[in-house]
Design a binder for this molecule. Structure first.
Ligand code: S3P
Length: 214
């Protein structure tokens, strides 16, 4: 189905029938599209959207960049964990997290206990392209963004792989990635109606698009 409008309404129709028992947490590197896809999913699923970084900034009264500059990354991670724990303690919603959040073992455990996680996996070229549009990300301002993102892929992707659901974030119409997400969420919920994977050894990848050979 190539027509983006038809794709969008198909995703919306299918998504409207989905009832998320838990908050859906979007995980992925900077530029993976967590906020963009999160907003679309929020619209399609009829759930509120919240962005953890925006909440951290509201709580701190300054930008993420300023928190890094004034207090350092460790203080940011501390605040990030507290804000995410607060956000998980509520009605189901779509929660976009900053790229480092899922790397914190305590945050990851809170997400595992209280939410369903979805990793938006993207390749290096796409991340470099998307993140080059703005320069508000402190970690990428430290050097060559391609090198930094490449190193983060190496260290973070094995951990992001612990997410309940994995889909590929692709270049091109956003509807395509939204449709993949909706299909993958539906597949996960049909196996795990509570929204929680029963055991860590279980298959965690519900990437229907990949299974279809795309
Ligand atoms: C970070 C990602 C950023 C933000 C902070 C640190 C990271 O969020 O939380 O700059 O460690 O990857 P986005 O992934 O939304 O850009």
């Amino acid at each position: 189905m190539a027509d983006p409008i038809r794709q969008a309404s198909a995703a919306k129709g299918e998504a409207a029938a989905l009832r998320l028992p838990r908050t859906l947490v979007l995980v992925g590197l900077m530029g993976a599209g967590k906020s963009c896809i999160g907003r679309r999913l929020s619209d399609a699923l009829g759930l509120p959207f919240v962005d953890a970084d925006t909440e951290i900034e509201a709580a701190a009264g300054c930008t993420v960049q300023e928190i890094f500059e004034r207090h350092g990354e460790a203080a940011f991670r501390d605040g990030e964990r507290k804000v995410i724990e607060r956000l998980l303690d509520g009605q189901p919603q779509i929660l976009a997290t900053g790229g480092g959040a899922f790397m914190d073992p305590r945050t990851r455990e809170s997400i595992r206990r209280h939410a369903t996680s979805l990793w938006l996996r993207a390749d290096l070229d796409l991340l470099v392209k998307r993140t080059s549009r703005r320069n508000h990300r402190p970690l990428l301002n430290k050097g060559n963004p391609r090198q930094i993102l490449g190193a983060l892929i190496d260290t973070r992707y094995p951990v992001y792989g612990e997410a309940d659901i994995v889909i590929d974030s692709v270049d091109g119409p956003v509807e395509k990635t939204v449709q993949r997400a909706v299909d993958a969420i539906a597949a996960f919920l049909s196996d795990h109606p509570s929204g929680q994977a029963a055991a860590r050894s279980e298959s965690k990848t519900h990437d229907t698009a990949r299974k279809a050979g795309e």
